[in-house]
Design a protein around this ligand. Structure first.
Ligand SMILES: *[C@@H]1O[C@H](CO)[C@@H](O)[C@H](O)[C@H]1NC(C)=O
Ligand SMILES: *[C@@H]1O[C@H](CO)[C@@H](O)[C@H](O)[C@H]1NC(C)=O
Ligand SMILES: *[C@@H]1O[C@H](CO)[C@@H](O)[C@H](O)[C@H]1NC(C)=O
Length: 394
């Protein structure tokens, strides 16, 4: 009896350890692309293995079907689409190794899509993409090509309740991640890296999406770290290190006379290092719609060219009295250094900007010298703002 009791006790204590061990080496309902014929040698085209595996993952109904891209290998793929909707309510793509685009743009298959993007996740809800691996867009051979013809590296289209975390994205031909028509997105602990000189290589582009959170990430590219475009609302961007790059931008909105809307944007706890802009809102003079309820807060600036910039006359047409309305914008607690003498520029068009608030701003030149501001057609309230801003309104 005593022996039996001891045995049971040992089993009882050991069982969680045993279970944890089994669970770790054996993810339930996993689909490893190696089992679908992927080579992972860095140059064989593994696209078909991905697509075959995805077919099984997407039609599986058990638990959380998981596509595994194993560590220690490089999988080359042509442009491909992971198409939903899928049977399960939760899906996981676990990228532990590296997925790479063809090295040279001549080797991108011309019959695959229209080069709009390299990897597309379309209409999959409850998707988690993670794993600690790398997505290499091999953009170098594209960067001398005209922007509109270059592909986005990773596109999420209509993916609700998406989580994208713990991944590194390198050298996209154009923007690294594009979020379109998604409701509920969390991007965290990602690194997006491309040379400062690479053209249009935005970090994350958001459009027509709601409740998008980006946090605890590093974005160093040749264009906007994050660009928030029309149809976006309830966007929170926090604890991001941005730079080099063009800053965290709203817009441009209202191009070609379009109606554009952006609202409830919260950007906080950001460090901009040697970026061309910090907080930027840009709208085209001929458009319509609004950008409102926008807060940039607790911002550290290290040698930023234009720390605060609103440009309501971006590529101005002669469209007097038209424009995208800009209102209820707060810039609070900015500190650090600007590369340009002019640290704040509020350049509003004839329709004006209303309720622009500047508080606790302390921006100096690279050698501690005073900075200046310019302001046109904006209703500004400011307190403890250095440089001071003088404009219409209080
Ligand atoms: C890109 O293409 C557009 C339209 O085809 C053209 O107007 C523009 O000059 C081109 N730019 C470059 C850098 O080739
Ligand atoms: C997002 O920002 C808003 C402020 O606009 C804040 O009230 C909310 O708590 C934030 N959400 C998260 C999850 O950080
Ligand atoms: C301000 O942002 C930094 C990160 O840039 C963060 O470490 C710090 O806690 C934030 N401060 C407040 C008061 O939120």
């Amino acid at each position: 009896m005593k022996v039996l009791f001891s045995l049971l006790l040992v089993l009882f204590i050991a069982s969680p350890i045993l279970c944890a061990k089994v669970g770790k080496s054996n993810i339930p309902n996993a689909f490893n692309i190696l089992k679908y014929g992927a080579k992972g040698d860095g140059h064989t085209d593994d696209s078909n293995a991905f697509l075959k595996a995805w077919k099984d993952v997407c039609s599986s109904t058990k638990g959380t079907p998981t596509l595994i891209v194993p560590a220690g290998k490089i999988f080359m793929t042509q442009p491909l689409t992971f198409q939903g909707p899928c049977k399960s309510r939760r899906m996981n793509v676990m990228i532990r190794g590296t997925i790479t685009a063809p090295k040279n743009r001549e080797h991108w298959k011309s019959d695959s899509n229209d080069h709009d993007s390299w990897i597309t996740f379309s209409h999959i809800s409850g998707l988690v993409v993670n794993g600690g691996g790398t997505l290499n867009g091999q953009g170098a051979s594209w960067w001398d090509k005209n922007g509109s013809d270059r592909p986005t590296a990773v596109r999420f289209l209509g993916c609700d309740n998406l989580k994208h975390n713990s991944l590194t994205h390198l050298n996209s031909p154009k923007n690294h991640i594009s979020i379109t028509g998604c409701d509920g997105v969390l991007i965290s602990n990602v690194k997006l890296i491309a040379p400062e000189t690479s053209p249009n290589t935005d970090g994350v582009d958001i459009s027509s999406s709601t409740k998008v959170f980006i946090e605890h990430s590093t974005i160093s590219t040749g264009d906007d770290c994050v660009a928030i475009n029309s149809g976006s609302k309830f966007i929170n961007i926090t604890n991001v290190k941005c730079g080099p790059g063009h800053g965290i931008s709203i817009g441009s909105l209202g191009k070609n006379g379009e109606y554009a809307t952006v609202e409830n944007i919260y950007v906080a706890h950001i460090t901009f290092t040697r970026t061309t802009n910090g907080a930027r809102i840009k709208t085209w003079e001929g458009g319509s719609g609004y950008a409102r309820k926008i807060t940039y807060k607790n911002i550290t600036l290290v040698g930023v060219k234009n720390p605060v910039i609103i440009d309501q006359q971006y590529n101005a047409l002669q469209a007097i009295g038209k424009g995208v309305k800009i209102s209820d914008v707060t810039f609070r607690n900015f500190r650090g250094t600007a590369k340009n003498k002019k640290a704040i520029e509020l350049n509003c068009g004839s329709i004006g900007c209303t309720n622009i608030v500047l508080e606790e701003i302390n921006i100096f030149g690279l050698n501690g010298e005073r900075t200046s501001s310019s302001c046109k057609n904006a209703h500004v309230t400011s307190s403890s703002c250095n440089p001071t801003v003088t404009c219409i309104g209080k």
